[in-house]
Design a protein. Sequence first.
Length: 160
Amino acid sequence: MTAQIIPLQPLERGYLNVLRVRSAIGWLTLVAIAAIADGVLQWRVDTVFGLVTGPVVVFGALSTIFLVPGRWRRWGYAFTDRELHVAQGWLTQMHTIVPVSRVQHIDVSQGPIERSAGVATLILHTAGTEGSRVILPGISRQRAEEIRDAIRGRISDAPW
């Protein structure tokens, strides 16, 4: 039996903005910590302010501008009537295939940043313990609800 290659769709472009905002929030937190460390160093050792904060700001800006888009590009998904494919990763690539028959619970979530970018996250809960949650972020709310409704329809048609 040969494996059928399923073409993957990219995530919505709005999710790139979500990743950038989340990255900026994380880096701003580190900048605040670095500024405190700079203040302590300036007070104790009489160094120039920015010795710690400067590199953190530069690396954070470069990371948010250049690394985040690469992370976004490495996500993809496909939904067939029988399964959901979710692929991600650069160094460690992971391609998860969830058979619709294994899905027990489906969530569609949307935080404030996602809502402003027009994207949602689809979360599938499957039978089992390890890897029983499959998360697909960055798709439109409409597409997430379409996939949810299609899976729900297939689950309700399945004989028990």
